[in-house]
Design a protein around this ligand. Structure first.
Ligand code: SF4
Ligand code: MSK
Length: 652
C-alpha cells in the first residue's frame, strides 16, 4: 500500500479531480504513503486490445485477439468475426449490469413481500398513495380494497418482472403505445429479467449466437428487462416502503464529516441498510455511548448511490461520489464505513487499514478480504446496524491518526421524483407534465437531457459532468441527474435555484418562475427508471410525438465505468433515446457492429449510441439531436423566435 518513493510522475492532484476536497486528500495520501484509485489508474495503462473489445476469452481454444487496425484480417480460432466478438462482449456487459440492478430489485421486492406478510416488522409501507398509484399503473383494481390486499396483489404481479417465462413484464403497460408496438415488431419486449439474463449468457457462450445483429437484439431485450423491470421495481418498491422523495435541502462534500463526532459512512446501493442505520444512530443508548466515549454525537453520512437515495428521502448529508470513497478515509475522521453492494472498491480495505477505520461488509453477496463482515438481516436489522455504530464508537475512542477534514460543503436542493416534477410544474390540483411540454413546445426549454452515471479515475473526476451539464443548461436544456453525476453537480453548486443564472434565457425564465434549479437530481442509478417514467408521461401528455423516440431528449454518461452503465445506456437506446458516452467505448470504429449501434438501431426506429471524448462535443451532439427532433415535431420555429427575442434583449 505504500507509495513508491522513487516514483515522481504522479499526476498533479488538480489533474486527477475537479473536487477540491478530494484533491486535498490525494495530496495527503501521498504524504502518508497511501495509494488511492487515482494513482493506481495512472500507473496501470488499460490494455488497448480490451479497450477496443477486440479480444475474446469465451472458450479455451483462445483467448483470441484481433488487430483493431485491420479488424477483418483475422478471426478467432472458432472462426468468430470481430463483430461477433464485440457484440458478445457488449451483450455480456449488458447482462452483468442488468443482473446487478435486477438482483438489487429482487431484494427490495422480497423485503416488500415479508413486510406485507407481517414477517418483517422493522419496515412498513410508508407511502400508501404510491402503493395505489403503482398498482393502478399496471391494471390492479384498488377501489374498496384493503392496503394489504393491494400490496399482496402488487407483489404477485411484480414478481413476474423477474421470473416470467413468457409474455410481457408488468411495467410494459407504462410504455407509450407506439414504442411498445415497435418493441413487439422487433420482438424485444422483455420477459422476466432472470429469463433474459440467462438467455443472454447462453447465447454468448462459444458456438451459440454468432450474428451480431441477433446478439444485439437480445441485448436490447435484456437491457429493457432492467430499465422497465429490475430497476423500475427497485425504485417503486423503495418509494412505497421508505417514501417518495420530495425536494429537501441537503449538504454534500467531505466537509460533512465532523471532527468531534463519531463519523459513520454508508456506501452502496440498497436503502434498507441505511434506513436502519438512521434508527440506530438516533437510539438514545447509542448517543449516550458516543458521549461516554468523548464524542459530541454520531454523524451519519452517505456516499455513492444509497447515499444519494437517503439524501433524496431524508436530507442525510452526502460526502462524495464513487471516485472519492477511498480519499475520504484519508481524512482520518471516518470511524466506520459500512458497505453493501455495487461500486465498492476492494482498495477500500487497504486504505481503511492505513487509517484504522473499521470497514464493514454487510451483504452476503459482497464480502471483502480484510474487512469485517457483519451480516445484515432484514428480520433483525438493528443487530447489524447497532454493531456498526458500536464499532464506530470504539474506533472514535481509540483515534490515533491526525485528522484533516477538507472544510468544504455545498448546499443544494435534492429529491426530485417524477411525481414531484409533475406537481412542481402543474401544482397540486393540476399536477401534470403539460407545463413542461408547453415550455418545450414554445421553445423556452429546448429539450431534456438525462446526465447520469459514474466517475472514473481514468479521467479528471467530475470535470466532464460539470462541463457537459454547464453547456447543456446554457443552451436551455433542462438536465435530469442521477447517481454520481448528481453528486458531481451538487458539489459544483448547480443544485440551488440561484444556479438558474448559468442557464440560457428560456430555461432561466422557467426555473425562476418555478423556483427550481436548472438541474434536477432524481436519485441513485436504479432511479434512472424515473427518467423513463417522466419521458413516458411527456409522450402521454401530448404535443411531443407519439413515441419516446419522437421526444427532444438525449442521455449521457460522460465518465462511466461500470457494466451497469452499459445496461442503462442500452435500455435508453432501445427505448428510443440518443445516448452519448464519454471517456471510452468498447468498440472498433468502422465495423458492422459499430454501424449498428451508432446508426442502424435508429434506422429501426429505436434510439442510437454516440461517443465523444470531449464533453463540449458531447453537448453539441446532444443539442443537435434535440434540434433534429424539434424540427421533426415542427416546433423548431417557436424556438427561433424565443431565442431571437432574448438575444435582442441582451444586446439592448
Ligand atoms: Fe477464440 Fe472463439 Fe473461443 Fe472466443 S469463442 S476464445 S473467439 S475460439
Ligand atoms: S454508484 S454505477 S459509480 S453512478 Fe450507483 Fe456511481 Fe456508477 Fe456506481
Amino acid at each position: 500500500m505504500q507509495v513508491d518513493e522513487k516514483k515522481t510522475d504522479y499526476l498533479d492532484a488538480a489533474d486527477c479531480t475537479s473536487c477540491k476536497a478530494t484533491a486535498q486528500m490525494i495530496i495527503k495520501a501521498r504524504k502518508d504513503g497511501v495509494i488511492l484509485n487515482f494513482d493506481r489508474a495512472h500507473s496501470m495503462k488499460p490494455c488497448p486490445i480490451g479497450a477496443d473489445s477486440a479480444c475474446c476469452k469465451h472458450c479455451f481454444m483462445g483467448p483470441c485477439r484481433i488487430n483493431a487496425r485491420d479488424p477483418y484480417a483475422k478471426v478467432g480460432v472458432c472462426g468468430a468475426t470481430i463483430d461477433t466478438i464485440m457484440a458478445r462482449n457488449f451483450a455480456r456487459a449488458v447482462a452483468a449490469g442488468s443482473a446487478a440492478h435486477t438482483d438489487h430489485g429482487m431484494a427490495m421486492l422480497e423485503l416488500f413481500r415479508e413486510v406485507v406478510n407481517g414477517k418483517i416488522l422493522d419496515y412498513k409501507i410508508k407511502d400508501r398513495l404510491k402503493l395505489i398509484e403503482v398498482a393502478k399503473s399496471i391494471g390492479i383494481e384498488t377501489e374498496n380494497k384493503a392496503d394489504k390486499d393491494i400490496a399482496t396483489e402488487l407483489y404477485k404481479e411484480l414478481e413476474r418482472t423477474y421470473v416470467q417465462l413468457e409474455g410481457e413484464i408488468p411495467f410494459a403497460k407504462r410504455v407509450p403505445q407506439k414504442t411498445l408496438e415497435l418493441w413487439r415488431k422487433h420482438d424485444i419486449v422483455p420477459r422476466g429479467a432472470m429469463r433474459e439474463v440467462v438467455e443472454m449468457m447462453h447465447r454468448t457462450t462459444m458456438g451459440v449466437d454468432q450474428d451480431y445483429e441477433n446478439i444485439t437484439k437480445q441485448a436490447s431485450r435484456t437491457a429493457l428487462s432492467d430499465g422497465w423491470g429490475g430497476s423500475m421495481v427497485s425504485t417503486e418498491i423503495s418509494d412505497i416502503l421508505f417514501g417518495t422523495p420530495m425536494p429537501v435541502n441537503a449538504v454534500v462534500n467531505m466537509g460533512v464529516l465532523k471532527e468531534d463526532k463519531v463519523n459513520i459512512i454508508i456506501h452502496g446501493h440498497e436503502p434498507n441498510l441505511f434506513e436502519s442505520m438512521l434508527v440506530s444512530v438516533n437510539d438514545p443508548s447509542m448517543i449516550q455511548a458516543a458521549k461516554e466515549a468523548g464524542a459530541a454525537g454520531i454523524n451519519l453520512v452517505g456516499m455513492c448511490c444509497s447515499g444519494a437515495e437517503m439524501m433524496a428521502r431524508h436530507g442525510v448529508p452526502h460526502a462524495g461520489n464513487f471516485s472519492s470513497t477511498e480519499a475520504i478515509l484519508v481524512t482520518g475522521a471516518v470511524d466506520a464505513m459500512a458497505v453493501d453492494i455495487q461500486c465498492i472498491k476492494q482498495g477500500l480495505a487497504a486504505v481503511a487499514k492505513c487509517y484504522d477505520t473499521t470497514l464493514i461488509t454487510t451483504n452476503t453477496r459482497a464480502h471483502i478480504e480484510g474487512a469485517l463482515h457483519v451480516q445484515f438481516n432484514e428480520h433483525e436489522p438493528l443487530e447489524c446496524t447497532d454493531e456498526i455504530v458500536i464499532k464506530g464508537i470504539s474506533r472514535f475512542k481509540h483515534r490515533k491518526h491526525p485528522i484533516e477534514i477538507p472544510n468544504i460543503v455545498n448546499q443544494g436542493v435534492q429529491g426530485f421524483s417524477h411525481e414531484y416534477i409533475s406537481y412542481m410544474l402543474g401544482g397540486s390540483f393540476r399536477g401534470s407534465y403539460i407545463p413542461l411540454n408547453d415550455n418545450i413546445i414554445n421553445g423556452r426549454i429546448r429539450g431534456v437531457a438525462g446526465v447520469v452515471g459514474c466517475t472514473n479515475p481514468r479521467s479528471k473526476q467530475d470535470a466532464a459532468h460539470i462541463a457537459l451539464v454547464s453547456e447543456l443548461i446554457r443552451n436551455d436544456v433542462l438536465v435530469l441527474l442521477t447517481g454520481c453525476s448528481q453528486i458531481a453537480l451538487a458539489k459544483a453548486g448547480f443544485s440551488v435555484p440561484e444556479a438558474a443564472i448559468f442557464a440560457g434565457p428560456g430555461l432561466r425564465e422557467v426555473c425562476e418562475a418555478v423556483g427550481m434549479p436548472p438541474v434536477l437530481g432524481l436519485g441513485s442509478c436504479v432511479d434512472n427508471s424515473r427518467i423513463l417514467i417522466a419521458a413516458s408521461q411527456m409522450v402521454k401528455e401530448g404535443g411531443l410525438g407519439e413515441s419516446l423516440a419522437d421526444l427532444p431528449v438525449a442521455g449521457a454518461a460522460p465518465e462511466w465505468m461500470s457494466e451497469k452503465a452499459i445496461a442503462i445506456g442500452q435500455y435508453f437506446v432501445a427505448s428510443g433515446v440518443f445516448t452519448v458516452f464519454g471517456g471510452t467505448f468498447p468498440i472498433i470504429k468502422n465495423t458492422k457492429f459499430h454501424k449498428l449501434l451508432f446508426q442502424g438501431l435508429e434506422e429501426q426506429g429505436l434510439g442510437k449510441w454516440g461517443f465523444a471524448e470531449d464533453p463540449m462535443e458531447m453537448a453539441k451532439m446532444m443539442i443537435s439531436h434535440i434540434d433534429k427532433k424539434r424540427k421533426a415535431l415542427g416546433i423548431d420555429k417557436t424556438r427561433e423566435r424565443v431565442l431571437m427575442d432574448m438575444s435582442d434583449r441582451r444586446q439592448i
